[in-house]
Ligand binder design. Structure first.
Ligand code: ATP
Ligand code: MG
Length: 284
C-alpha cells in the first residue's frame, strides 16, 4: 500500500516540494521527463504534473494527496481537504493598474476590463464588492495586457512586484494571499490516512525546525536569571557551568520571529559568545 502524491513537474513549486520530501527523509529520484517515481524509503508514489491539474487529480483520487498553491486550489474549486500550510511559494494575487492611475479602491474597476488567469477568483472579488467589470481571461503574460490595449487593469500573482514595475504597472489591492498547501482527497482509507499522518508528522517537525534556531551563549552568573527569562526553550533552557568561574553556558531554542529582538536584549544583559545554529528537525 502506497500513498500517491501529486507535485508540480517543473516550475516554482517543484524545488521546494522535493526539498520538503527530502527534509522528511524521503528520497525521490525522478529521471528526466518521468511522470512517476517511487520513494525509496517511505510508502509514497510521486506523480509529476502541471500545477493546474493537481486539484482535479486529487479530487478524482488519481492521486491521494498533492502539493499546490492556494491560488490554483481556490481558482479550480475542486472538492479536496487542506491538510497543512507548507510555508513556501508565498505570493499574492493582486490588482495591477497603470502606474499613473489614481486607484482609490475596488470601485476604480467599475466598468473596466481586467485581464487575468484567475477568472473565478476575480469574479468573486468583483461580486463581493458589487462591481461590474469585464474579465478577459488569458493564460500567461498577463502583465503586458494593459500595454497592448487588451485591458485597463490586471489581476495576477505578485511576489516582489518587479514584473509589474517593468511593465509600467503598480500593485494595488491584494485579493488573495497564497502559499503552498498539502491537500488530500476527501475519502481516504484508514490505511492511507495512517501513512498521511506519519508524513504530516514529519512535515510539521521540519516546519517547526525551520521556524526555530538553537542558541548557545555564555552568561555572567549574576545575570543568569534575567537571561534565562528571555529564553523559554522547549521546556526550559539548559544551563551548564563554564570552566571559568562566575560564568555559565546557556542553551535554548528561539523562534525566528523573536530572534533579533531577543538577541539585542541578551547582549544588553551581558551575554557573550552567542552562537545561533539551524535546527534540522524538531519534535515537541
Ligand atoms: P505549470 O507548468 O505547472 O502549470 P505554472 O507556469 O502555471 O506551472 P509557476 O509559475 O511554476 O506555474 O508557479 C507555480 C505556483 O507557484 C503558482 O501557482 C503560485 O502558487 C506560486 N508562485 C507563483 N509565482 C510566484 C512567485 N513570484 N513567488 C513565489 N511563488 C509563486
Ligand atoms: Mg500552471
Amino acid at each position: 500500500m502506497k500513498l500517491k502524491i501529486a507535485i508540480q513537474k517543473s516550475g516554482r513549486l517543484y524545488e521546494d516540494s522535493i526539498k520538503l520530501l527530502k527534509d522528511c527523509g524521503i528520497d525521490v529520484r525522478n529521471g528526466m521527463n518521468k511522470l512517476k517515481a517511487e520513494a525509496e524509503n517511505f510508502p509514497l508514489e510521486v506523480f509529476f504534473l502541471r500545477d493546474d491539474d493537481i486539484p482535479q487529480y486529487v479530487a478524482d483520487k488519481v492521486a491521494d494527496i498533492g502539493i499546490v498553491g492556494e491560488n490554483v486550489l481556490y481558482e479550480k474549486q475542486k472538492s479536496v481537504t487542506v491538510v497543512e500550510k507548507l510555508g513556501f511559494s508565498k505570493c499574492r494575487l493582486a490588482v495591477g493598474v497603470g502606474k499613473d492611475e489614481n486607484y482609490t479602491g475596488a470601485q476604480y474597476l467599475q466598468g473596466k476590463t481586467i485581464a487575468t488567469s484567475y477568472p473565478v477568483l476575480v469574479r468573486k472579488f468583483l461580486d463581493d464588492n458589487n462591481i461590474n467589470a469585464e474579465i478577459h481571461e488569458i493564460s500567461g503574460s498577463v502583465e503586458i495586457a494593459p500595454g497592448i490595449g487588451l485591458s485597463d487593469a490586471i489581476v495576477d500573482l505578485v511576489s516582489s512586484g518587479s514584473t509589474l514595475f517593468m511593465n509600467g504597472l503598480k500593485e494595488t489591492e491584494t485579493i488573495l494571499k497564497s502559499e503552498a498547501v498539502l491537500v488530500r482527497n476527501n475519502e481516504l482509507s484508514e490505511e492511507k490516512l495512517a501513512i498521511l499522518s506519519s508524513l504530516v508528522f514529519r512535515m510539521q517537525a521540519v516546519k517547526k525546525a525551520k521556524n526555530n534556531k538553537y542558541i548557545l551563549l555564555n552568561a555572567p552568573n549574576e545575570r543568569l536569571q534575567e537571561i534565562i527569562a528571555l529564553l523559554p526553550g522547549m521546556k526550559s533552557p539548559t544551563v551548564l557551568p563554564l570552566a571559568e568561574s562566575g560564568w555559565s553556558s546557556v542553551h535554548s531554542v528561539l523562534n525566528e520571529n523573536d530572534f533579533w529582538n531577543i538577541i539585542e536584549q541578551l547582549k544588553e544583559r551581558g551575554a557573550q559568545g552567542i552562537l545561533v545554529i539551524p535546527i534540522e528537525k524538531m519534535i515537541v
